[in-house]
Design a protein around this ligand. Structure first.
Ligand SMILES: Nc1ncnc2c1ncn2[C@@H]1O[C@H](COP(=O)(O)OP(=O)(O)O)[C@@H](O)[C@H]1O
Ligand SMILES: [Mg+2]
Length: 359
């Protein structure tokens, strides 16, 4: 009686219809079972057309049946296709339609300010929005939004986000005492982010905004492995707008398998609080230049205004405190552009994966 290995060798003689390669090298043979009561060859599910698959099955049956001493009957089994949920790798968050990651090459460029105001702008544009302050090393979102409560566990140990100005928020800051120094080691960060992503009762969201820590590190790596990022934006300032910085941001998102939606230039120009005149105290326009050079669009230019900082310090971000302020308008315009690009990115992902976007 031929062994499974011998049968496998024999199946190397079966060519994939239309190809010079055989079905074994194509990885179509998944298993071979031999017993006194018969021989079974398991074939991987194939995306090929039904008649092609039937042709292969017949060829397999003929090849095996023709072997001397083979146990009969010879059956060819087509294994069922794995369920999509069983797929490994980044997963969508249940109830969350799109995930927008906000990143920067380095700290202090106003990333958290931009992420928070953008999230609030999305709320004013009618989107159900969540903000996850994933900057475990410097969570500034609770201060900016005036959140002094600690995280509340709901039934089943899930976490309830705080709600401010219609925005649902979870931050590492909600788990710490104000005086606690934040010193995390990689594995702790990984565990924490996993907890954040999986155990927060977000409800249904159109957009979940992630305020990433600056640079590339454990958190970004964890996020890559855990969650499908629909798109990313990179925050820069004119004085540090260097192609290298933006390229690093782009490379990071590429590693995260997330499309870069564009750049936001923060503290782009100064608006005189007295006369309203605009002054380019830094070399304004660097964002546009870098955007053109790196091939990603410039999604917005946010002015440097004291009101942005003061509103943040007061715990009511400018977009909520003064919706008619020019800087608030700049945030809303950027949010509007982001929404368009997020929708495109989401549909592209859905198409790639053959999912039905309508479900
Ligand atoms: N457009 C702006 N105009 C004025 N101040 C700003 C602006 N953006 C950010 N800031 C201020 O800059 C400081 C750093 O901002 P933050 O958002 O914490 O940066 P990051 O998250 O990149 O470290 C804060 O004091 C913030 O209020
Ligand atoms: Mg920050």
């Amino acid at each position: 009686m031929p062994t499974p290995q011998e049968i496998l060798e024999a199946l190397r003689g079966v060519k994939y219809p239309g190809y010079t390669r055989d079905i074994v090298s194509f990885g179509m043979v998944k298993d071979i079972q031999v017993s006194s009561s018969g021989t079974a060859v398991h074939l991987a599910p194939s995306t090929a057309q039904e008649d092609v698959v039937q042709q292969i099955e017949e060829a397999v049956r003929a090849a095996v049946t023709g072997m001397p001493g083979v146990a009969v009957p010879v059956t060819v089994v087509r294994d069922p296709a794995p369920q999509p949920q069983a797929r490994r790798g980044p997963q969508p968050i249940p109830g969350v339609d799109t995930v927008l990651a906000v990143a920067s090459g380095k700290g202090g460029v106003g990333k958290s300010t931009v992420a928070t105001n953008l999230a609030l702008a999305l709320v004013t544009l009618g989107k159900r929005t969540g903000l996850l302050d994933a900057d475990v090393y410097g969570p500034s979102v609770p201060l900016m939004l005036g959140i002094d409560e600690k995280a509340r566990p709901a039934e089943g140990g899930r976490l309830v986000p705080a709600e401010k100005h219609g925005l649902r928020v979870i931050s590492m800051g909600m788990f710490l005492g104000d005086e606690t120094p934040v010193i995390w080691r990689g594995p702790m960060v990984t565990k924490l982010i996993t907890e954040f992503l999986r155990n927060v009762e977000w409800g249904d969201l159109d957009v979940l905004v992630l305020d990433l820590p600056p640079g590339t590190g454990d958190v970004q790596l964890t996020l890559t492995q855990q969650v499908k990022i629909t798109g990313g934006v990179i925050v820069t300032t004119p004085q540090e707008v260097a192609l290298a910085d933006v390229r690093r941001g782009i490379a990071m998102f590429e590693q995260m398998k997330a499309p870069v939606l564009g750049l936001i230039e923060n503290m782009s120009y100064h608006v005189c609080p007295g006369c309203g005149a605009r002054a380019d105290i830094f070399a304004h326009g660097g964002g546009a230049r870098v955007a053109a050079e790196s091939g990603v669009p410039l999604l917005g230019e946010i002015p440097l205004v004291r009101a942005v900082r003061e509103a943040g310090d007061r715990g009511i971000p400018l977009v909520a405190a003064e919706p008619s302020h020019p800087a608030s308008r700049a945030f809303r315009e950027a949010a509007d552009r982001i929404l368009v690009r997020l929708a495109v990115a989401r549909d592209a992902v859905a198409e790639r994966e053959g999912l039905d976007v309508l479900t």
